[in-house]
Design a protein around this ligand. Sequence first.
Ligand code: ADP
Ligand code: MG
Length: 254
Amino acid sequence: MITKVIAVANQKGGVAKTTTAINLSACLAELGKRVLLVDLDPQGNATSGIGISKHKLIRCIYDVLINDVSLDQVIQKTDQKNLKVVPARIQLAGAEIELVSQISREGKLRCALEDVKGNYDFIFIDCPPSLGLLTLNALTAATDVLIPIQCEYYALEGLTLLMKTLESVRKHLNPDLNILGALLTMFDARTNLAIQVVDEVKGYFPQKVFKTIISRNVRLSEAPSHGKPINSYDTRSRGAEVYRELAKEVLERG
Ligand code: ADP
Ligand code: MG
């Protein structure tokens, strides 16, 4: 199997990028796939959400991007079988500026991943809520991009800019970058608005919207504070069910 490198990207915050990166990683690992989760957000929510305590870290993805430390030295085991993580700390915020003056500044992550790629079936990159150099590194390293979209009033806002960015990345940095799909998140079937948003997003991304829609589920919002993905925190919850369904759909699309 050729490694799929999936950037989970949307410059909007709070659309479930991190929730999706963690839980989709964990559900694919549960299916026996070898998965690496790369935290590329200085907030480090994917790092803590998977159970790594940030203050104990000596190195993080910052050292890979800026100090040429190899990924091998930064990859951490998790409590989940088949799932490893490259952690991030707040220090990573500095990389956004420090990268500006570096040679092939958009290609740092891609280059670092080359050495370890063969050990994994899937590599997920949890992007920060911006379209700066960190996200450009993710999009340059990626084979695919997954775009979470929250089912709310301004759902489509900002998507034009994101699509322009993807176009420009294809043209200059990564011609083969594929849109794996748009993922509708935090769906609440009780509201007419949510149903309307689903239709709008399907119109915007014909053929590209995942059949699986992530419903609102309180267990999904509780899990990160326990440092566990949903399938381990509450294995029979609706949240675990939908992310397992998404994992199967991702395998089908592969
Ligand atoms: P992003 O990484 O895009 O900023 P997060 O994954 O951190 O977004 O999600 C934003 C907030 O919404 C978090 O508090 C998260 O726990 C919560 N959340 C995400 N998905 C769901 C869901 N399906 N149901 C309930 N809460 C969710
Ligand atoms: Mg996040």
